[in-house]
Design a protein around this ligand. Structure first.
Ligand SMILES: *[C@@H]1O[C@H](CO)[C@@H](O)[C@H](O)[C@H]1NC(C)=O
Ligand SMILES: *[C@@H]1O[C@H](CO)[C@@H](O)[C@H](O)[C@H]1NC(C)=O
Ligand SMILES: *[C@@H]1O[C@H](CO)[C@@H](O)[C@H](O)[C@H]1NC(C)=O
Ligand SMILES: *[C@@H]1O[C@H](CO)[C@@H](O)[C@H](O)[C@H]1NC(C)=O
Length: 374
């Protein structure tokens, strides 16, 4: 919130309770402050926009680039009421009405399945309730898109509450993943998860001052190559678009935490290529047995509303062919954007110097189009 306030925008924090008792912080940018020297843009002429972040990240995804570039600011400047969700288990939503995340392993028994089933619907309902609108625009990045498809598969009635989804590097299919580090973790995920769980780990990479400072020091200068190589391996390599200053700010906000089970679930869909529910078999034993029944698939054909897909050719996390496979399978594909920069990576969607031109102005234009039609 300080980041947003500093730039002359209002910011509100709303706490939303899910059906299963998690408390989530939902951030709203309702427009510019009068003191900013620019006219505040209210009342809105548009439906609200809901933005959902990626794995291990938070609503920081949308504001780090600052005014004129970050999607949240571009939307606010165009007269939209901007809402940014935070999934359970992240820095801003590490709360529950009964369970203590520091002590209770039960708090951490969720994957992105529950984020799609409970968190996203609760936050959408809150936005619609507060604003009085019937429907909103949805923008997701990576995990932020897959939780949307989980929601529509399990609760298709939410088709009626959303106008369109802008699916930025949607991580529904990920089996053509390129990163060597992530691939080798995925390969050994079952043993790793088993080992961590039996030693009492349920939370992964929580927000910590220590980790953040370490990462900032390690990645700040160009000749400390380790961090950059790590980023290049995990997300893809596009050196001209790495903005050192922004990367340093980003590392003050990332990682923001996730559950062990959430990562395990990711490893399952990467390995199997099936967009399916969590396979619980592996929790009791070290690996899944061939006798375990296949967990049920999410039903993509229940996503009836217009889907706009954005993908990068050099994205190591969501390979362009994985993005195109999703585009092929949704019943109402409205448009597909291949980012023009052929080296555009997974992290470039929120960090690249050219992200505003390559991505955000297009997302804005698409939302505007649906807004006029609704
Ligand atoms: C959990 O631990 C953190 C850091 O030690 C602390 O700030 C927070 O208040 C604790 N939460 C609860 C619910 O006890
Ligand atoms: C909607 O808002 C009203 C009053 O502001 C509140 O009483 C009600 O519980 C809210 N409903 C939901 C689903 O959040
Ligand atoms: C690393 O950068 C510093 C200053 O940015 C410079 O003085 C030093 O020579 C560089 N070291 C290498 C190995 O490039
Ligand atoms: C998926 O959903 C559609 C629409 O609700 C339904 O017709 C179809 O039978 C479902 N497929 C499966 C495999 O459940």
């Amino acid at each position: 919130p300080q980041l947003v306030w500093k730039y002359g925008y209002h910011v509100e924090i709303h706490e939303v309770q899910t059906e299963d008792g998690y408390l989530l912080d939902l951030y709203r940018i309702p427009g510019r402050r009068a003191a900013s020297g620019q006219p505040p843009l209210r009342p809105y002429r548009n439906a609200p926009v809901f933005l959902m972040h990626s794995l291990l990240s938070s609503c920081a995804d949308w504001v780090l680039m600052g005014p004129g570039r970050g999607l949240a600011y571009l939307l606010a400047d165009s007269g939209y009421d901007v809402w940014m969700g935070n999934a359970r288990g992240t820095r801003y939503s590490r709360k529950h009405i009964r369970l203590n995340p520091n002590r209770s392993s039960k708090f951490w028994q969720f994957t992105w399945h529950e984020i799609g089933l409970y968190d996203v619907p609760a936050m959408i309902d809150h936005v619609l309730n507060v604003t009085g609108y019937q429907r909103l625009h949805y923008v997701g990045f990576s995990q932020g898109t897959m939780v949307f498809f989980v929601m529509l598969s399990k609760r298709p009635e939410y088709n009626g509450k959303v106008i369109d989804i802008q699916a930025i590097s949607p991580s529904v299919y990920m089996y053509r993943l390129k990163g060597r580090l992530v691939s080798s973790i995925v390969k050994h995920a079952d043993q790793l998860v088993y080992g961590l769980r039996t030693s009492g780990w349920n939370e992964i990479l929580p927000r910590s001052q220590y980790l953040a400072s370490l990462a900032q020091i390690g990645c700040a200068s160009t000749n400390v190559t380790f961090c950059r190589e790590l980023l290049y391996d995990v997300a893809g390599k596009n050196p001209p678009q790495v903005d050192d200053k922004l990367l340093r700010v980003f590392l003050g906000h990332f990682p923001a935490g996730a559950s062990l089970r959430q990562l395990h679930h990711f490893s399952q869909i990467i390995r199997t290529g099936r967009f399916a529910e969590y396979g619980r078999g592996a929790e009791q034993r070290e690996s899944l047995s061939y006798r375990d029944p296949l967990p049920p698939l999410y039903n993509l054909s229940r996503a009836l509303l217009p889907v706009v897909v954005y993908y990068g050719l050099n994205d190591h996390v969501v390979n362009y062919r994985d993005a195109l496979q999703l585009a092929d399978e949704v019943p109402n594909l409205a448009a597909v954007y291949q980012i023009e920069d052929p080296l555009f990576t997974h992290s470039d969607f929120i960090l690249a110097k050219n992200a505003a031109r390559m991505l955000n102005t297009k997302v804005l234009w698409e939302i505007e189009r649906y807004d006029q039609n609704s």
